[in-house]
Structure formats: C-alpha cells, structure tokens
Design a protein around this ligand. Sequence first.
Ligand code: FAD
Length: 561
Amino acid sequence: MTPKIYSSDFLVIGSGIAGLTFAIKASALGSVNIVTKKRDRDSSTNYAQGGIAAVLAPQDSPASHIQDTLEAGADLCNPKAVDLLVKSGPDRIHELMDWGTRFTTRKSENGKQVLDLGREGGHSYNRIAHAKDLTGQEIERALIHKISEIDNITIYEDHTAVDLLTEHQLRFITGDNEIRSDFITCYGAYILENATSIVNIFRAGITLLATGGVGQVYPHTTNPAIATGDGIAMAYRAGAEIADMEFIQFHPTTLYQEKYNGRSFLISEAVRGEGAVLVNSRGERFMDKVHTMKELAPRDIVARAIDSEVKRLGDRFVYLDITHMDKEFVQNRFPNIYEHCLKTGIDISREPIPVVPAAHYLCGGILTDLNARSSIRNLYVSGESSCTGVHGANRLASNSLLEGVVFSHQAFLHIQQNLDRKQDTSEIPDFPQWDKKGTFDLEEWILIQHNIEDVKRLMRDYVGIVRSDRRLERAFRRIILLEEEIQDYYRRSTLSSQLLELRNMATVAKLIIRSAMERKESRGLHYTTDYPEPIDSMKKNVILKSGREPEFRSINNVSFS
Ligand SMILES: Cc1cc2nc3c(=O)[nH]c(=O)nc-3n(C[C@H](O)[C@H](O)[C@H](O)COP(=O)(O)OP(=O)(O)OC[C@H]3O[C@@H](n4cnc5c(N)ncnc54)[C@H](O)[C@@H]3O)c2cc1C
C-alpha cells in the first residue's frame, strides 16, 4: 500500500477535552481532521473523576478562585493566564452543558435544580461541577456525540502522530531597522496508520496539538496508556520551546494494589472533600500535624506527607477512611470508586482504603501564549501538553479540564480574528514521503519492552516526589545512554506505535530531568533535599529548546506571532 496525503483546514492531534472542544469550534471555520492513537475516548479526560472548577455559586467570586490558583502555584503562575482561566470558566461550563454534558444537580432551598458543586483541596468554596465521580467520562461522551453530528469533522482512530511537518524560514520584519529572524512553520504532521504501519501525510493550515500528559514515564500513574508525552516530544524535536517540565503532580491517594495493571486507580480528592481522613498503619491521623487544611492541604504537601509516613514506618501504604459517612451517601456520591474498590474486596463504607501516591499530572509542557500559540507558527497547543502558565509550580485541583476548554476557546478566537492570516492549504509545500523501510523482529520487541521498563524505573528511583542533585545527575547520564540505544532501533526498525511511544517517553523523561536539574530550590511540586526552601531569585521558568542550553526566564509576558 502506498502512503496517502490528507488535507484539511485544521488538524487536531488528540481526542480528549482539549482536542474535541477545539474541533467543534473550528468546524465553524473550515474542515477538521482529528487523529487519535487509540479509540476516540481513550484519553485522560475519560478518567477524570472529581470535576471541573469554575465560579458558579453566588457566594463565590473570581477573585477567590484566582487567589486559590495563585497560592497553589507557589508564586510561579502567570497571573494574566490565571485571570483568563477563571473569568472564562463559567461560560465554558455552560457551553459544555449546551453541548449535552449532564453535570450532577440538586434541589436548592427555593426548589430549583442547581449544579451540585463539590469542593476539593486548595479551593476556598464549593466550585467543582461534576457528574457524580465520572465527570470526564460524561464530558467525553457529550463531546464525541456532538462531533458525530458535525459533517466537516472526520475522526481517524488508531492513527499515531509521528512528527510535525515543519519548515524553517527566514522572516524580514521592517521597522526602524530591518530585522532578520529564523522561524519555523507547521503544516500538519506525519501520521502512522497503526494497522498497516504506513506513515501518511496529514496537511493542514493550522495544527492543534492536544496529546495530553506524560504519566506513563513513571511506573505508578493514574494516567491511561496513551499518556506518553508524544506531542511534547514531537514539538521539542520540531524546535518549539518547552517550559516547567520539572513540575509533576503526584496524586496522593491512589488505590494500593498488590497486582498492578499499568494504571493506578484514583481515589478522588472529592472523597477527602467529603470528610475522609488519612491514617497510618497504627491508626493515627497525621495530616493535622502537617498543615492547617489537614487532608485538604495542597496535593504536593499531602503526597509528601504520605511518602514520609510510609518511609518512617516502613509501610507500603497509608489508609483513607470514609467509614464515618452513611453507606447510602458513599454509594450515591462515589458509585465508581465504591464499585471498583468492592471488586478488589474493599467495602469503603465499612473499611479504610489502602492508598499510595502516583504520578498524575504535568504542569509544564509546550510553551504557549494567551492565545494558545506555540513558538512554531500555525501550531497551537491546548490541554495537558501545553504550558500556559496557569498552574505555575503546582496545579489546583480540577483546574486542568478547565484549562483545556478555556485555551481551546482562546485558540479558536485567535484564529477567527485572524482569518486573513489563515494558511491556504494549496500553498503547503510538498513534504517527502516517509522513507522508512526497516525490519522488525521479536528480539527488538523485547528490547523495546525492557527499555520502557528502564525509563519508568529510572524516573521512579531518581526523579520522584523527593529529588536530589546526585539522583538527578545519575538519571541524566542514564537517560542519555537509553536515548542513544532507542535512536538505534528507531533507525533500523519498521515503525510501530510502541516504538514511537518509547522514543517519546525517553525524550520527555530527559526534559523532566533536565528541568529539575536547573531548579536549585524547592518550589511547589519540585522538592529537592539539597535546596529544601524556595529561593526568591528563582521565581522564573526553566525553558528548554532543542540545540540550545536551558534558559531561566519568566514566561509571564510571552507572546508568539
Ligand atoms: C484518573 C484521572 C483523574 C483526573 N481527574 C481530574 C479532575 O477531576 N479534574 C480535572 O480538572 N482534571 C483531572 N485530571 C486531569 C485531566 O483529566 C487531564 O489533564 C485532561 O483530561 C487532559 O486533557 P487533554 O485533552 O489535554 O488530554 P487527554 O484527555 O489525555 O487526551 C489526549 C489525546 O491525545 C491522543 N494522543 C496522544 N498521543 C498521540 C499521538 N502520538 N497521536 C495521536 N493521538 C495521540 C490520545 O489518544 C488522547 O485522545 C485527571 C486525570 C486522570 C488521569
């Protein structure tokens, strides 16, 4: 079979909340191709339990949501991005509802049905819209249904993006002085058809990357198998700026299981929001000695407290106890968690849940401005693969689904307002066909498996919740060796989605380690025993770009053209 060329006005890579909301909006401006590497709903979005934060209650205020977000971000958020996130939030939630999302409601005092707003760690008010504890699944269902009704959107499932189609050009800017500068333009992507191993060309005037997070680089993660950092690695290879990669959020409470199947089951923060308490193996509560907000302290503090408690007592887990709540309430408020735990033999209304922290969320990613533009022309980024600056050094719970809808909206607005600058697809240069003709045998498959495990082990052992200079340096030396080995298979083998994922995992692991090495202080999610306190002069972002030394600068006024 020969490779094919597909053309559309918009190419969206990823079918989680960020990709799908952008596709729905962009379809009003032109044709949209969505490529997604598994089934349409295989995304982190589909697993989100707790909900989506916005100022929706009369007693709440934007100022309070902004304050909570900035506080969680440990002085590293971009205040303009946070302002935008919070102020756009309520409209975006209503838009999701207009598109068919059914959030949980309750009867108010005056008999009206209103949103049942939950509360999570770090939030001063109840502001989390949720669909019981299956919020992401409900949003994903509604968005996919909405897309099925739109004629000019086509979804290609089981298609894995390999690399971006880009061209380096010289630009002349005239003003007082003529400035010559190098810039990169994106024209779509090379996409692997998983079933045939053929790499096709998807050309587009505008490309939006929405490939989600990187949790799979750690052995214990709440993220599904798709979260291998593909978009970030692709953008890095293409020359985009990447920021804040050292800030990995570990979710404090995932179900501890003897037999692990590649994804840790999340016990949502909302369970603590409803009054569950953490106790150690001696039955002692410990969060009250750590933080005034106790179990609802920011996630990094809870995760580190659990890590330290487990290490102190030589245990493998601590317990989360919600047995003081009525069984009917627990079953009704947390049906998914209740059923899942019951299947593993734990009735959470009667016995405490064994929990451990697991890699959960990446605050950094491809650097974007307030219009979701990356440093590559015509490449927009939204959702977990972007770094918009809203999370700073630590994400406030339930702000990430919100970030996806808000910045996909920003991308749409910007494109709509600059339609005259939209690239004519007939002007897209011809790109060479993918000329990879390799071989693939069982031995290589085994080596790929082993290398995936090597990356995960290295990240767990040296780049986890608690870091140090020595561990990071060791991790860096090892990841460079691994990268060389992987490059070697890559050159010799027929492409498979697994090999692509391994290559991307090694790249994002390297970016996480490199950024962590630069941050010689402890801030937010980055904690190192060598520099246990935040340092004022380091209130800046670590920015990485291929072929350039890491830069330490603020992203607060970033704007791309
Ligand atoms: C268990 C869990 C619970 C969570 N709970 C909450 C919560 O309550 N509230 C909240 O705000 N956030 C929550 N989060 C975080 C939130 O779900 C994610 O940050 C958000 O859904 C990310 O959306 P996204 O669209 O950026 O990426 P995703 O939803 O992960 O979608 C990424 C898409 O990209 C595709 N893709 C990836 N690589 C490629 C490639 N190479 N080629 C083609 N396609 C590709 C994937 O297949 C997928 O379709 C939770 C996350 C998890 C894992």
